[in-house]
Write a protein that binds this ligand. Structure first.
Ligand code: SF4
Length: 213
């Protein structure tokens, strides 16, 4: 998903709110350096466009950015009142973009506690950028009632024929952890198949429609 495009028309303007009291970086205009450019903030020279490191993913304009190596889910929670429904979080991927970092796990914990928020975009380059949103217009619209009912009936029929196998609790948790940060999750529902995630994950013979578990 092209996250920058997704937020290009963002009407949120939390940029007028100072977030520095929360020990995080204030909203960073698109293309400006992030807080990791220099210890303690952005020196005047850092605002020179030529200083912008190409490796840093640009946050969408007007969206508050959390860019702090030790940030936690609680820091994200404190930003919610200022976020106008959208937050960007840096440092979610390793430098080579091959693996998620502890910051991504903190995002997941935040999303687990706040199911109305969804990770609507992931940029894997430049140390990662995850975009979180609670706005309905940013989320995948779940299938309509007819498709939902059809999926549920087929799934339940197959489950009964298979002898109603239940997944082990560790497996359920692993599945739900994958769903926590999935861009298709809408609340407690999979936006792709429309199934309730808790029930789906508990059935051993279920699978993610996108092959993620
Ligand atoms: S089941 Fe798959 S597609 Fe649906 S929310 Fe979970 S990870 Fe995403």
């Amino acid at each position: 998903m092209d996250v920058v495009t997704l937020f290009a028309a963002a009407g949120a303007n939390p940029g007028g709110v100072s977030l520095t009291s929360h020990s995080v970086v204030a909203p960073v205009p698109t293309g400006r350096p992030c807080g990791s450019c220099a210890p303690g903030g952005h020196p005047a020279a850092a605002l020179d466009p030529s200083h912008v490191p190409a490796a840093h993913p640009a946050a969408p304009a007007g969206v508050p950015v959390l860019d702090s190596p030790g940030a936690t889910a609680a820091d994200l929670e404190r930003l919610v009142p200022f976020a106008a429904g959208r937050l960007a979080v840096r440092r979610t991927m390793t430098a080579d973009g091959a693996a998620y970092t502890p910051m991504a796990e903190q995002c997941r914990l935040f999303l687990r506690a706040r199911p109305e928020w969804t990770a609507v975009g992931h940029d894997h380059g430049g140390g990662g950028l995850m975009l979180l949103s609670s706005r309905p217009e940013d989320k995948t619209r779940p299938p309509g009632p007819w498709r939902k009912a059809r999926t549920y009936i087929i799934s339940t029929w197959r489950h009964v024929l298979n002898g109603r196998p239940r997944a082990a609790s560790a497996r359920v948790e692993l599945r739900l952890a994958t769903c926590d940060a999935c861009e298709f999750r809408t609340g407690g529902t999979c936006g792709d198949c429309g199934c309730p995630l808790a029930a789906k994950a508990a059935r051993d013979d279920e699978s993610c429609p996108l092959g993620r578990w």
